[in-house]
Design a protein around this ligand. Structure first.
Ligand SMILES: Cc1cc2nc3c(=O)[nH]c(=O)nc-3n(C[C@H](O)[C@H](O)[C@H](O)COP(=O)(O)OP(=O)(O)OC[C@H]3O[C@@H](n4cnc5c(N)ncnc54)[C@H](O)[C@@H]3O)c2cc1C
Length: 395
């Protein structure tokens, strides 16, 4: 839950990022067992460590050819985020369907969420997810496949269940991965798991029975054509009377924002997990996110030598009160991609403008360079990875 813990996890993983990762990453040995994967997602998701740092640390010890599989997985995250930025309606459609479905959930949904389905792996994964906030990628795929095709539950309800319990719960990676399993991302192509596959990937820990044998694709409105990417800048300069830095859970790496020597006079921020779902998020998720934001505030305060304030919420009133109390004329914050924090910033902007306070959103060149290539499928995007990597690390 701190950047320090994320950096320690990165250092421990780097030696395994080459051949070991490529050959063993699909095996889920279970909670508490030695892992073949990095476990970095909660840190990456909040940018306690950035994609640039993770890939940079791995490539300092391995060639791109040797660590290609791992680097590609990190770019899956970037790809999903870019794909959704280009089609924000897919997320609003998901959120709308969810609020329509939730009031009429039944006993089968409750049993699935309690892990009382009688399907051994599924019930164990519910327990693992709710007690650790994590599931291995392969188990997430198998879980989603069973949820949709064996239990016959709506994919949006499963995505919501994950989003409320995963420490790395992310609007893009989560929603689009569930859509992929349901056959909505690659239209008509679903992911159907089976008992053998699950036994193999879990080292024989599970042998579920009664799994669906067919996976008809979920039918929904088609995928919208890609629109324009949001405009954001990656660098801000120029002095202003007084500037505050506003931190949110989408990017907790204030030290690496390109502020070109701007003096930060005040720092503030808060976690905003309640926007993830109409239901309450799990206690592990709210605790993790709050501690991550606290860590970001503490580090920003030390880095910029500026006092920090924990806001009551990312509301216009809370931000304007903070700005007024400290005579701030400009607020700098990290760009927030599609999701609940984006919606909060969207409602903040006009209120700040009306109060005469400038709001500057700073993005990252990592996203700026990669997202324009996320309009089509992952395979054309993958071709761009070597060039994207070069752009990041060449002087
Ligand atoms: C149904 C479903 C829901 C998912 N929901 C989320 C989510 O909410 N948040 C999330 O971060 N990931 C999600 N994923 C993707 C993936 O499962 C996790 O990123 C991965 O398991 C995290 O564990 P790790 O850090 O040990 O991964 P590693 O294998 O060590 O990978 C390194 C990093 O690459 C990225 N990555 C790896 N695989 C993927 C992938 N398939 N898609 C996107 N990024 C990837 C992550 O940032 C990860 O930390 C989901 C996958 C599925 C099938």
């Amino acid at each position: 839950m701190t950047r320090e813990a994320g950096l320690a996890a990165l250092a421990a993983f780097v030696p395994r990022a080459g051949h070991d990762y490529a050959s063993l990453r699909n095996y889920d040995r279970g909670p508490g067992a030695d892992s073949n994967v990095s476990g970095l997602s909660p840190y990456l998701r909040h940018r306690l460590v950035t994609e640039r740092e993770v890939v940079g640390a791995v490539l300092a010890e391995h060639s791109l050819a040797a660590a290609g599989k791992f680097v590609q997985e990190v770019f899956w995250r970037t790809y999903w985020k870019g794909w959704l930025e280009l089609r924000p309606a897919v997320f609003s459609r998901y959120a709308r369907s969810l609020s329509e479905l939730l009031p009429s959930v039944g006993a089968d949904y409750d049993a699935a969420c309690r892990g009382e389905t009688g399907i051994d792996c599924f019930d164990a994964w519910v327990a693992e997810l709710t007690s650790t906030g994590y599931l291995h990628n392969h188990s997430r795929m198998d879980f989603a496949s069973i949820w949709i095709f064996t239990l016959g539950l709506d994919w949006q309800l499963g995505a919501d269940f994950f989003y409320r319990h995963l420490l790395d719960g992310d609007p893009a990676s989560n929603t689009l991965s569930w859509r992929w399993v349901a056959g909505l991302q690659t239209v008509g192509k679903t992911y159907l798991t089976d008992a053998e596959n699950i036994a193999r990937c879990t080292g024989g820990r599970f042998r579920p029975t009664g799994l669906a044998r067919v996976a008809p694709a979920v039918i929904e409105d088609g995928v919208p054509a890609p629109g324009a990417l949001p405009h954001f800048i990656v660098r801000v300069s120029g002095n202003s009377p007084a500037t505050g830095l506003l931190l949110h859970e989408e990017d907790l790496n204030p030290e690496s924002l390109e502020l070109a020597g701007i003096d930060i006079d005040q720092v503030a921020g808060c976690a905003s997990v309640s926007g993830r779902s109409p239901f309450a998020v799990g206690p592990l998720v709210s605790g993790f996110t709050e501690r991550a934001v606290t860590d970001g505030l503490r580090r920003a305060s030390a880095h910029f030598d500026a006092p920090h304030t924990v806001l009551d919420g990312l509301t216009a009133q809370a931000v304007i009160d903070w700005a007024a109390a400290n005579s701030l004329a400009r607020i700098v914050t990290s760009f927030a991609p599609i999701g609940p924090v984006r919606s909060l910033l969207d409602s903040l902007a006009p209120a700040l403008a009306a109060a005469g306070i400038e709001l500057v959103e700073l993005g990252r060149s990592w996203d700026l360079n990669a997202w324009p290539h996320a309009g089509k499928g992952f395979f054309p995007f993958r071709e761009k990875i070597p060039a994207l990597v070069k752009t990041q690390y060449l002087p």
